[in-house]
Design a protein around this ligand. Structure first.
Ligand code: IMP
Ligand code: MG
Length: 179
């Protein structure tokens, strides 16, 4: 439950996102051009809209799978403890994997999930993150491809939530508390 009032200021428009997703897909395709089949893994729930748009721009043989790691709950601060809540359905050993994340913030989620996936020995493992907040980083980690670098603001929309709300906004906006 959200107990504070807030407004949302548009930060990245739906049009800007679409243009960027198209370019990201082109770069990913170039990198994985020789793949037999790319397993695109969406980190639930924040990446669900991004992955849907990305795979439709990705002109490669793809499979889609999902992984859920524990999130911030209703807080806007990271707990720094990451657990797997829902694991992949498929095997990734010896396969090409693209992990799709909504936001890299402190870096704890990404580094933890990557460590788990690496133990399964995929052939190649790369990361595409829609957003990056480099100023918030506590662990030295970077996605292979990043959509947009953003300042230290709490954002919602295009799959990203505040206490499970606002995922359905077509744009990305920053949350401004008014009370
Ligand atoms: P990290 O472990 O601190 O890098 O946090 C990454 C996760 O925190 C992301 O996958 C998001 O789910 C969540 N997160 C980070 N920043 C925001 C934000 O501004 N809005 C909503 N969720 C966020
Ligand atoms: Mg997330």
């Amino acid at each position: 439950m959200v107990d504070r009032n807030y407004v949302i200021d548009e930060m990245i428009s739906a049009k800007q996102i679409a243009a960027r997703v198209e370019l990201l897909a082109r770069e990913i395709k170039t990198h994985f051009h020789d793949t037999q089949q790319l397993v695109v893994v969406g980190l639930l729930r924040g990446s669900f809209i991004f992955i849907a748009d990305l795979v439709r721009e990705l002109d490669l043989p793809v499979e889609v799978d999902f992984l859920e790691a524990s999130s911030y709950g209703n807080s806007t601060e990271s707990s720094r403890e990451v657990r797997i809540l829902k694991d992949l359905r498929g095997e990734i050993a010896g396969r090409d994997v693209l992990l799709v994340e909504d936001i890299v913030d402190t870096g704890y989620t990404l580094s933890h999930v990557l460590a788990i996936l690496r133990t399964r020995e995929p052939a190649r493992l790369e990361v595409c993150a829609l957003l990056d907040k480099p100023s918030r980083r506590e662990i030295d980690i970077k996605a292979s491809w990043t959509g947009f670098e953003i300042p230290d603001e709490f954002v919602v929309g295009y799959g990203i939530d505040y206490a499970q709300r606002n995922r359905n906004l077509p744009f990305i906006g920053s949350v401004r508390f008014t009370g």
